[in-house]
Ligand binder design. Structure first.
Ligand code: FES
Ligand SMILES: [Fe+2]
Length: 329
């Protein structure tokens, strides 16, 4: 198993779907077209048109008077309803379903799916709790990265890459590891990252750097495999960066970050756009390094504080079972 079938995946946040605009999503090597109608209902169908295989996501939605909408194929303009039926010319009857809808589980603004596979672990509720308490600042860093799911997860749970991959811009000088709490498919990591003084040109490029403390105190809350929450305390507000992963195929993994915040200082609101830009940069840096490594290289050296990666490997190999060792320290 390489894509952890049976896990729930967060395909999108509602804000990423503009009303009646098709969006292509991929899961387990299958492409889908997903769209939100004027009623706020979200639909997803396999993306290949059953006529001659055109990508439905390249087509357009047709809004109906009752608020629902259909998706029209860009090739010969066949129009499919949310159940995957169409009406052929010369007939006034809908066909049977020609496209099996992808089952979605909508929790508030979060669009989850098991990709049609038998669920093995539940959908985490932590995002609902965050959304209830914090203001949604936006989605950022949305991209498909040419890397397999395991390599992506290893990178995201690798605490030592902060001062390599993310050294530019943030000027992180070192990672001082504090604690790792292993709770099976969940875990928490705490570490400090002292930063060098940002350069004037970087501040000009991104004023949000000014809102970042001299020492970044990181608390990562991990929900294997789809979600990492970075809890950040800054002098002007609390920020929750929720990093999401979706296995598009054996070779591609999609990621995006949902940013929530509680803004004790109005300055923070002004910096919101810049905060999203910083996230954009972080994801870009990760994507860059993931494109520059040989993923299956046997690891001959171990650094300190790689227990996050050990946690990923243990859970990945035994999914959904949780086995020894417990990696808390
Ligand atoms: S390929 Fe879609 S209508 Fe012909
Ligand atoms: Fe990273």
């Amino acid at each position: 198993m390489t894509m952890l079938e049976g896990s729930p995946w967060l395909l999108a946040h509602r804000s990423m779907l503009k009303s009646n605009q098709p969006m292509k999503v991929s899961l387990y090597g299958q492409d889908y077209v997903m769209w939100q109608d004027a009623n706020g209902e979200i639909h997803a169908l396999p993306n290949a048109c059953p006529h001659m295989g055109a990508m439905l996501s390249e087509g357009w939605c047709v809004a109906k008077s009752n608020g629902t909408s259909t998706i029209t194929c860009p090739f010969h303009a066949l129009e499919f309803d949310q159940a995957g039926s169409t009406v052929l010319s010369g007939s006034n009857k809908a066909t049977k379903s020609l496209l099996k809808p992808l089952e979605l589980i909508i929790q508030g603004d979060f669009i989850w799916s098991y990709g049609g596979v038998e669920p093995k672990i539940p959908i985490p509720t932590v995002l609902d709790a965050i959304a209830a308490e914090y203001e949604f600042a936006g989605a950022a860093g949305h991209r498909s990265i040419k890397t397999d799911l395991l390599t992506m997860l290893l990178n995201m749970h690798d605490y030592n890459h902060q001062n390599g991959t993310h050294r530019p811009l943030f000027e992180i000088e070192c990672v001082e590891f504090k604690q790792f709490i292993d709770q099976g498919l969940q875990s928490h990591a705490y570490y400090d990252m002292p930063r060098a003084k940002p350069k004037v040109q970087d501040i000009l490029k991104n004023p949000a750097l000014l809102a970042m403390p001299k020492v970044i105190e990181a608390h990562l809350e991990n929900h294997f495999p789809a979600l990492i929450i970075f809890h950040g305390e800054t002098p002007i507000g609390t920020i929750k960066q929720c990093h999401i992963f979706v296995p598009e195929s054996e070779t591609h993994t999609r990621t995006f970050v949902l940013v929530f915040g509680k803004f004790v200082n109005p300055v923070f609101r002004l910096l919101k756009g810049n905060a999203l830009k910083l996230v954009e940069t972080v994801v870009e840096q990760d994507a860059d390094i993931l494109g520059k490594l040989y993923p299956n290289t046997p690891q001959h050296i171990k650094m300190n504080n790689e227990m996050g990666m050990d946690w990923v490997r243990r859970n990945f190999e035994n999914f959904p079972e949780v086995v020894e060792p417990n990696l808390s320290r």
